[in-house]
Design a protein around this ligand. Structure first.
Ligand SMILES: Cc1cc2nc3c(=O)[nH]c(=O)nc-3n(C[C@H](O)[C@H](O)[C@H](O)COP(=O)(O)O)c2cc1C
Length: 289
């Protein structure tokens, strides 16, 4: 999927956390290099549960030129990134975190609105409010993320001042996406109001499809359940059962509110072509070009 995105002129990202160790990540980088000669990046999500040092080292050894960090503070790794001339982008969910990333030397930030799939932060601020504020506050480029699925979303992000967009849920529902067909069908069927936020009690809010299981997780969190008690539904093993085996009753499915605007399973090339032509049409119709 990452190679397909890069092949079309986007920037595909391989997520390090998907792999059990640095060797597995390096093998995947080699696969991507066979599929495309265009640049692609690696996302390294920093959490509390797993040290990521070996993945940074693997990226340096492999000559990766763009790393997108997300999650916790990437400060410890910044010298390594700078010394190796790596473009360093940090994902943030609040303008104050963007300022912090800028201070650490980030070359750009991905600013994630609360509509987004994945972990959209604890502040519940939408992209429409975040982007102009971020653009006015920061000196580095701002990339918008959250519920962008088509050219209208891209055009609006550009009008708000973003330099580009990052998309997750839309690419999950493509022919090249390795997600199970049940995952793709569930997103197509879901409306914009079919997601809920869980894991807020762990200060790690995650937007997921509303299902009996995710609603049970939320109810248990309200009762004060620990992560260990909920691990079977929200841990890594459950994620694999959902994504690889399509067992939507075994774990939660991370997705954004943009699911309401996803109706088919195109190729990545079709997604990008549609987005670019629709964004151009919208901007031209509004005398923005
Ligand atoms: C299934 C799924 C998995 C994701 N995994 C990661 C991840 O490992 N690291 C990360 O920084 N962001 C991750 N994200 C967030 C995306 O990078 C992106 O910011 C987000 O999907 C944008 O919102 P959208 O899904 O509404 O387009 C994930 C999103 C989804 C939907």
């Amino acid at each position: 999927l990452a190679a397909a995105v890069s092949e079309t002129g986007g920037l595909g990202l391989i997520t390090a956390g998907t792999y059990k160790d640095a060797a597995a990540l390096k093998a995947e980088i080699a696969v991507a290099r066979q599929l495309t000669q265009k640049p692609f990046g690696v996302n390294i999500t920093l959490g509390t549960r797993r040290p990521m040092d070996e993945f940074f080292a693997a990226c340096v050894e492999e000559g990766i030129k763009i790393i997108i960090t997300s999650g916790r503070n990437p400060e410890k790794f910044v010298p390594m990134l700078k010394d190796n001339g790596i473009i360093f982008v940090h994902v943030v969910t609040a303008v104050r975190h963007g300022l912090k990333a800028q201070g650490l030397g980030a070359d750009a930030v991905v600013m994630v609105g609360c509509e987004a799939g994945g972990h959209p932060g604890m502040d519940d601020v939408s992209l429409t409010s975040l982007i102009p504020k971020a653009v006015d506050t920061l000196k580095i480029p701002v990339i918008a993320a959250g519920s962008i699925t088509d050219g209208r979303g891209l055009a609006s992000a550009l009008c708000l001042g973003a330099q580009g967009v990052q998309m997750g849920t839309r690419f999950l529902v493509t022919k090249e996406s390795p997600a199970h067909e049940n995952v793709k069908s569930a997103i197509i069927q879901a409306n914009e109001n079919d997601t809920i936020m869980i894991e807020r009690s762990f200060r790690n809010a995650r937007r997921v499809l509303k299902t009996p299981l995710s609603q049970w997780v939320l109810a248990k969190e309200t009762e004060g359940a620990s992560f260990e008690e909920l691990k079977e539904a929200i841990g890594g093993e459950a994620y694999i059962q959902v994504m690889a085996q399509g067992l939507l009753d075994k774990g939660v499915l991370t997705m954004g509110q943009g699911s309401g605007n996803i109706h088919d399973i195109p190729t990545v090339q079709e997604v990008i072509d549609r987005i670019v032509s629709q964004a151009n049409a919208v901007l031209a119709a509004n005398n923005c070009l």
